[in-house]
Design a protein around this ligand. Structure first.
Ligand code: UGA
Length: 439
């Protein structure tokens, strides 16, 4: 009998994991306390935007392999492998990761585990957490040694969650026994057959791989954005610089797109939590550079506001600003720590009347920033604007026709916060075009 799988915590990561593991052929039960979330997923309607996930959920539900519940008891009775996918947001008032959801999850599940099973952590955690979870599991599970822990970090990107989960670029298995490794190999048999590298390690290394990867990605983005600052000082062009660097195979062009910098629910909070954890371990100095990575990233936002202010003549007072984008990146409706929304609210605070449009993140943006004005389309956001800010590079914005947009704006002025437009084309249509690192 193939192992039966539960996925505890059905947010972005958990819902994608549950649907994908069902797609791999396993029986999967998704578990969450949030009835709205479970209600939506049970009808193949996730409460968040993720391309392809709705269809995959539908296939899983129709096949009978995928179902959802709010009952931990059902999960404990059902599962041979329990994946833990709960969130680890920042603590209020500190950089540390809030582990209360993870601890609550172990405390609810463990006392119900009466038979042989593997509990697999996927959440992003401070190094040392897995060892504590293992201890807690041993104390609480009636199954004793038969309820074992493994740590298997997840590397999926929002907007690419389905392909990233079905075809991961590596699988990291933090295990304490051959049995745990064998179980994980069985679950991931299909990607392993496709040649996905499988790295077996201890808990601490597995936990660190995840935060180190995100720290590296953040550093790469801030590196190119620091180069943009230097390009501005030297009157050079950072997009050409980035393209030229990217041809060096040791550097690579992925994750080297200059612009407004990184946001979202992962990179910003993960580098901060990593610094806090390293500091607790006495290794704070080793990650001191991440403070600079974070500072450069913050400056991308304030410098974008400055570019826009320059274009309206030095002060936002009485000016209309059309903002294109609210999500932290295209392909997502996530506005957590979104650079776009941060810039939009800063500009409004400085006296502008902001009108914003995003193809997917409108509801979330409205809920979080009710004081901004919202338009139903890109052209409506641009209507009568003294300056247009492109802050999330949705394809629809990339494809915008400068001749057509010129007809609705008050002034032809654009800030390309994501280097998504062709400056020559916009300038030819009479626009004043600005982007960080290209002036
Ligand atoms: C990130 C990692 O890429 C995933 O591997 C990881 O699993 C995930 O965090 C997580 O920890 O859960 P994600 O936050 O979905 O994934 O987004 P990315 O695609 O990495 O983009 C992050 C931010 O960096 C976005 O705001 C994006 O606009 C920005 N970015 C990305 C750039 O400014 N330049 C680039 O070249 C790439």
């Amino acid at each position: 009998m193939p192992p039966r799988v539960t996925v505890v915590g059905t947010g972005h990561l958990g819902a994608s994991h549950a649907a994908c593991v069902a797609e791999l052929g396993f029986e999967v039960l998704g578990v969450d306390n949030d009835e709205t979330l479970i209600g939506g997923l049970s009808h193949a309607e996730p409460t968040f935007y993720e391309p392809g996930l709705g269809q995959l959920l539908r296939r899983g539900l129709d096949s009978g392999r995928l179902s959802f519940t709010t009952s931990y008891q059902r999960a404990a009775d059902f599962g041979d492998v329990h994946f833990i996918c709960v969130g680890t947001p920042p603590c209020t008032g500190s950089y540390r990761a809030d582990l209360s959801y993870l601890n609550a999850c172990i405390d609810s599940l463990a006392p119900l585990l009466r038979r042989r099973c593997l509990v697999v952590g996927k959440s992003t955690v401070p190094v040392g957490t897995a060892a504590q979870c293992a201890q807690r599991l041993a104390q609480l599970a009636p199954a004793g040694q038969d309820a074992e822990l493994a740590w298997n970090p997840e590397f999926l990107r929002e907007g690419c969650a389905v392909p990233d989960t079905l075809h991961p670029d590596r699988i990291v298995a933090g295990v304490a026994s051959a049995r745990a490794e064998a179980m994980l190999r069985e679950i991931y048999a299909r990607p392993l057959a496709d040649g996905t590298p499988f790295l077996v390690t201890d808990f601490a290394t597995a936990e660190l791989v995840k935060v180190a990867a995100n720290a590296f990605l953040a550093t790469k983005i801030s590196f190119i954005n620091a180069m943009a600052e230097v390009c501005d000082a030297a009157q050079a062009d950072v997009t050409v610089l980035a393209a030229a660097l990217g041809h060096d195979a040791r550097i690579g062009s992925a994750g080297l797109r200059p612009g407004l910098g990184f946001g979202g629910g992962c990179l910003p909070k993960d580098i901060r939590a990593f610094m806090a954890r390293a500091s607790d371990l006495g290794a704070g100095q080793s990650l001191a550079f991440l403070r600079e990575v974070d500072a450069i990233n913050g400056r991308c936002r304030s410098r974008t506001v400055d570019l826009a202010r320059e274009l309206v003549g030095g002060s936002f007072g009485g000016h209309r600003v059309g903002v294109l984008g609210a999500a932290f990146k295209p392909g997502s409706d996530d506005i957590r720590d979104s650079p776009a929304l941060d810039v939009a609210t800063a500009v409004q605070r400085l006296g502008a009347q902001v009108t914003l449009y995003d193809p997917e993140a409108m509801d979330n943006a409205r809920r979080n920033c009710p004081d901004l004005k919202y338009a139903d389309s890109m052209m409506e956001a641009a209507r009568d604007a003294d300056v247009v800010l492109l802050l999330t590079e949705w394809q629809e914005f990339r494809d915008a026709d400068p001749e057509i947009m010129a007809k609705v704006v008050a002034q032809r002025a654009v800030v390309d916060g994501r280097n998504a437009l062709d400056p020559a084309r916009w300038r030819a249509a009479g626009w004043r075009y600005r982007a960080l690192g290209r002036n």
